[in-house]
Design a protein around this ligand. Sequence first.
Ligand code: ATP
Ligand code: MG
Ligand code: MG
Length: 398
Amino acid sequence: RASMQPAAPLPERQGVPPVHGVSNTVVGVLGGGQLGKMLCQAASQMGIKMVILDPLQGCPASSVCHEHVVGSFSDGDAVREFSKRCGVLTVEIEHVDAATLEKLEEQVPYTQLQDKYRQKKHFSKFGILLPDFMEVDTLHSIEEAGERFGYPLMVKSKRLAYDGRGNAVAQKKEDLSSVVASLGGFEHGLYVERWTPFVKELSVIVARSRDGSTVCYPVVETIHKDNICHIVEAPAEVSAKIKKSATDVAEKAIKSLEGAGVFAVELFLTEDDEILLNEVAPRPHNSGHHTIESCYTSQYEQHLRAILGIPLGDPSMKAPAAIMYNILGEDEGEAGFFLAHQLIQRALNIPGASVHWYAKPEMRKQRKMGHITIVGPSKASVKLRLDKLLQRDTYDPK
Ligand code: ATP
Ligand code: MG
Ligand code: MG
């Protein structure tokens, strides 16, 4: 012992504590749903500490985070207090107290993005194609919009929309007043969009680092049922030219914004191969769940890398094909849990299938309860495996 050399002194930078592992920074997340949970899972692998702000005791992220603070992410005081525990703040849901968040972080323009009408105005200024849209605040103005855009007419809430809750379609002029009433009237802010008879819906996840550089994930196709994302196919089965234009539009949209993190760009592909932007979500997204199993760096790890200012990872696919199936509540309560469990049991017998169960305390119809990602050697094989999972003879995404 006496003959042992003393350890070499550690290199010291004045006042800066040495980094243990990937990062010492504690990450605070507003929201503890499934996206927050999967962020925490990626963080756990890298030994990054996560604290969550969510009002729901037992929320999905609570079982995997370092600490869960029970409180409201839409309450400025709660967000300010919460921020004192964290080195960096991020969101897993855009419906947060954006004004407070922006004062604390000065990063992503959440206020602008959480209002879908303001979003659209912003992107149209940057020459990005969108379905025609118009703000409406009286029955007269919405009738005018109906005359201008024709029917069916898509009517949308500006704020607090998700899974299509906040959208309603008017088939004819006579429907307008009941459609407006179904969205809670004009008081909370409505706008309309021209109906887009898209041939496919596509999505591109774009990650942006603190220095403004971006990387894009492969273009995927999202298939919605009753306005809710249902199936995601990766990569999308479209031509290389369409992939390029979808990626270009997505990158251009994100370059027009500020802030670091991953962003999802939802797109419509039209019959004449035009790409229109639907909306942007400033966070990890349902269309990127598959990246956990199918890409070198998942969207969740990527989001952490981006907000922590460490190098972005490789977004490319390490499997030739993947398909993601959302487990939506089919019934309330125990009956719903039983149906979901039957599906999960079948998934456990399918090669390449990974089950994600969010462990939400309550089962409700149409609620996202979990998802299953199937990876495989080709698109045809993962579709066959999905058919087996869903006990059907032919692939039919609807
Ligand atoms: P999310 O859960 O993605 O946040 P959301 O509630 O914000 O959804 P949107 O993305 O606006 O809703 O619309 C949901 C779905 O409705 C779209 O994915 C698309 O299938 C359909 N949709 C939206 N806008 C139009 C349109 N202008 N024309 C035709 N279909 C549309
Ligand atoms: Mg939305
Ligand atoms: Mg959407």
